[in-house]
Ligand binder design. Structure first.
Ligand SMILES: NC(=O)c1ccc[n+]([C@@H]2O[C@H](COP(=O)([O-])OP(=O)(O)OC[C@H]3O[C@@H](n4cnc5c(N)ncnc54)[C@H](O)[C@@H]3O)[C@@H](O)[C@H]2O)c1
Length: 247
């Protein structure tokens, strides 16, 4: 059995792959194949089992190609799915460009749907599986300049609940992890280094723990949600966020 991690080439996905890869074979899937391969190589060098594969989660054809490749190399059955690939585009509501809205929604909401549709039949056939979707603190609050991202992450949370009510009775648990600000490349994307640092200092000041989270701290939560230790948890959004959002 194996665990498929999308967006496994960087940040939260990479940290999760490295943590889970110590004891379970992991499939590191990313549109950035060199990055995914580097993560898989690190896991293998540390004695784990990992396979890197290219996928664009917004494309059904690309997901189909990934599934064929996984079948070809015998990297299954997939018992765990971490739908985690993500992008962020910052625009105030009045400036949101339709193509950017589509890119954000296609990556997060449609990406979760399409990859789940590809993997769930294996889980249903075996009546066994765990899915964790990466939502966000921003699934439940509004943030200026992040309208598309907030809406897409709210959709991921809604989809998580819908999946949980459809699949729990078939032996498949579905939950979401909702990180606060985590120190990954995504947090700095689209900003000049000085501006990014200024923004991050503002973030830190608002976080009760006074610091950004580390990807490994999200990986620990995903590990828990993937494990039997969370056997009675379904359809929930669990927040590793230093206390930033409480609701
Ligand atoms: N960093 C944070 O503060 C934070 C907070 C809440 C939620 N998140 C979410 O966590 C997830 C991981 O983000 P991260 O912070 O590790 O960012 P990251 O940029 O470090 O990693 C994201 C990975 O996703 C991959 N990716 C993007 N689009 C893809 C696509 N269409 N198909 C396949 N792979 C794709 C990228 O190549 C990259 O390797 C995202 O869903 C993000 O929205 C991040």
């Amino acid at each position: 059995m194996s665990i498929l991690i999308t967006g496994g080439g960087s940040g939260i996905g990479a940290a999760t792959a490295k943590r889970l890869g110590k004891r379970v074979p992991v499939i590191v899937a990313d549109r950035n194949l060199p990055a995914a391969s580097a993560v898989a190589a690190e896991i293998a060098n540390a004695g784990g089992k990992a396979f890197a594969v290219e996928v664009d989660v917004t494309s059904k054809a690309s997901i189909r190609a990934m599934m064929s490749e996984l079948e070809r190399v015998g990297a299954g059955p997939i018992e765990g799915l971490f739908n985690n690939a993500g992008i962020n585009i910052r625009q105030r509501i009045e400036d949101i460009v339709e193509a950017d809205w589509d890119a954000v929604f296609n990556t997060h909401a449609k990406g979760v749907l399409l990859v789940s549709q590809a993997v769930l039949p294996q889980m249903l056939a075996r009546k066994r599986g765990v899915v964790v979707n990466t939502a966000s603190d921003y699934s439940v609050i509004g943030v200026p300049g992040l309208g598309a991202y907030c809406a897409a992450k709210t959709a991921v949370y809604a989809l998580t609940k819908a999946m949980a009510v459809e699949f729990t009775e078939h032996g498949i648990r579905v939950n979401a992890v909702g990180p606060g600000p985590i120190d990954t490349p995504l947090l700095r994307a689209g900003r000049a280094p000085a501006e990014a640092e200024e923004r991050l200092a503002m973030h830190r000041a608002k976080i009760p723990m006074g610091r950004l989270g580390q990807p490994e701290e999200v990986a620990a939560v995903v590990d828990f949600l993937m494990s039997e230790r969370s056997s009675y948890i379904a359809g929930q959004l669990v927040h590793p966020n230093g206390g930033l959002v409480m609701w």
